[in-house]
Design a protein around this ligand. Sequence first.
Ligand code: HEM
Length: 398
Amino acid sequence: MDKAERYANIIPMHELDTKEKRLQPFPIYNWLRQATPVRYDESRNCWDVFLYEDVHRILKDPATFSSVRMLSVMETLLTTDPPRHTQLRALVNKAFTPKVVNDLAPHILSITEELLDAVRKSGRMDAVHDLAVPLPVIVIAELLGVPPKDRYLFKEWSDILVKGPDVNTDEAFLNVMAEKTQAMKELNQYFAAIAAERRQAPKEDLITLLLEAEIDGVKLNEEEVLGFCILLLAAGNETTTNLITNALRRLTEDTGLQQQLREQPELVSSFIEEVLRYYPPIQAIGRVVTQDVEVHGTAIKAGEQVVSWVASANRDEAKFQEPDQFIIDRKPNAHLSFGFGTHFCLGAPLARLEGQIVIKHLLEHLDSIEFISGLELDYIQSPFVYGVKQFPVSFKEL
Ligand code: HEM
């Protein structure tokens, strides 16, 4: 495959060349934002944009900055532009309104209780494996209408979908692409079987809704239905897992936050917003330029790829006061961690709710949550997903 055909967002930027930098990339983003607010990266064949103002403008303008990717593993909501995007989005919007999502709260709490009950007596858990992975997977599996017991399969597949090569070589790139192709094949087969069942016997779930939905009297074709299912599974999992783990990371890096939130539980929602800003689960968002354009005085040509660094924009001093400080009740907090505009995250209300419920519940039942040192943290091997593979913590029961 020609390098120019590569989807730029899949290769990590060369500045992030050590484990320490991958675990804490923010000083590098700060430096790049100041030194080269818009720059072309030869090794990834793309433009990188670091300022809040520019990232915001790019996300707001789908006509100039398109989501139709050159190299996408699936065509769906995330990779279409208006007007098709508007039609597809309308189909699923009603399944994710704040009202529908809020009604899930008691159920999300009971899943959280069950997961915590399984580990609380032992006084320790791996926050990733025991809590942050299963919770969102169970919730999204139930919404879609697939058996939650298959969640280990989902986890494996979604890990591969967000994966990127760790080194910028043709071999590493092709290996990852082959893994993705295989995972997509398996996912397609998995959902095709469930879709066939639902056609025979409809249920009250998202898969049935997608099968029955019509746009101007035309149903979605099989490929579109399966694409939707895969997108919801992948987008809803990895990201929320990392929001929960990143929140726990903050609570153990600064243990004073635990006491403060226990005393003022009303701050949990702004705490979650600040975690999203400070440690964004998605660091960057890719677009392709449709017509020659200038960004921050730099000319970008039609057809070129632009990577908007949300994680940098969220720390831009022109937008946020003391951006490197974690301010639990920061207001306003216009972070871009769920994107902005047309493609603004469909699952944002759900992810926020899951994050808030988990953190509230943990702080109501556990005391002195601490990172168990000894194990070295390892980052998730993905150029745009930010999180750690394991996060062992100890705690006392309250
Ligand atoms: C879109 C982040 C949770 C479903 C997006 C985008 C971001 C994002 C940055 C915009 C991408 C773009 O502009 O190209 C996150 C984060 C989450 C999260 C940080 C958790 C903390 C979820 C959940 C679901 C979900 C739980 C589903 C249940 C989607 C979908 C889109 C999307 C379907 C595409 C929307 C569109 O193209 O119109 N998400 N997401 N996300 N997200 Fe999320």
